[in-house]
Design a protein around this ligand. Structure first.
Ligand code: IPE
Ligand code: IPE
Ligand code: MG
Length: 240
């Protein structure tokens, strides 16, 4: 799938990449406002960048990627903006579904996506179904996703099953991300240094990277710089 022209900064070691990278794509609105554009143009540009960065993560050989696309708190925004975001996502999924299949990329979702508008639910269900046998790459879209809601869902499921859980891993199996390893590396763009209800359970030992760059401007090179930073970290997991 790669076009063979992958350019890699020389400090980046392709043998020591994270298995699962998660990105909080923030700053679309400010990117647009800075240019005198309506906020939804920022979401459009953000979606174009999402495509670019997914391709790059895939080309680098990273197996799992999660992108925070719409949070349970984002319903507080004006309806026009919300509808705009949903339309952009739907269009993207419809247009690129075949490409995902041909690349062996599986699409999964974190979040209560069935509560989204019907046409978007259809597009999401369609791409999940179409790509369910793909195993080269996993794209996890966090949409209508909230970390606290997800934990509540897991707790309720555990109660329903009627038995106490013994290990943390038993709880992980009750969450949306049950088929994914925890993210090794979490990037947030736009300069905000907060988690905003993203993957609260799964981020227990993630490495974090914050950059002031607004999401639509976050380039392949920015991603590689972040990965170089990740490779300088010494992950200890409580050990020495
Ligand atoms: C991130 O960009 C996209 C979503 C949250 C859907 P924002 O829309 O939050 O952009 P800013 O933070 O207002 O600049
Ligand atoms: C987090 O960004 C959600 C997504 C990127 C989808 P927000 O822009 O919603 O976060 P806050 O409101 O600044 O915390
Ligand atoms: Mg924001």
């Amino acid at each position: 799938m790669s076009d063979g022209k992958l350019k890699v900064l020389k400090q980046l070691d392709l043998t020591r990449l994270p298995t699962h990278i998660a990105i909080i794509m923030d700053g679309n609105g400010r990117w647009a406002t800075k240019r005198g554009l309506p906020r939804n143009m920022g979401h459009k540009a953000g979606c174009e960048n999402l495509k670019r960065i997914i391709q790059h993560i895939y080309d680098l050989g990273i197996k799992y990627a999660t992108f925070f696309t719409f949070s349970t708190e984002n319903w507080k925004r004006p309806k026009e903006e919300i509808d705009g975001i949903f339309n952009i996502v739907r269009q993207y999924l419809d247009e690129d579904a075949e490409q995902f299949v041909s690349r062996g990329a599986r699409v999964v979702v974190s979040g209560d996506y069935k509560k989204l508008p019907k046409d978007l639910v259809n597009s999401i269900s369609n791409i999940i179904k179409k790509t369910e046998k793909c195993d080269k790459f996993v794209l996890n879209l966090a949409i209508n996703y909230g970390g606290r809601d997800e934990i509540l869902m897991g707790v309720n499921e555990a109660i329903k099953q009627g038995k106490a859980l013994e290990k943390a891993e038993d709880f992980s199996k009750l969450l949306y991300s049950k088929d994914l390893p925890d993210p090794d590396f979490v990037i947030r763009t736009s300069g905000e240094m907060r988690v905003s209800n993203f993957m609260l359970w799964q981020m227990a030992y993630s490495e974090f990277y914050f950059t002031p760059v607004y999401w639509p401007s976050f380039s392949e090179k920015d991603l590689q710089r972040a990965l170089i930073d990740f490779q300088k970290r010494k992950r200890r997991f409580g050990s020495l």
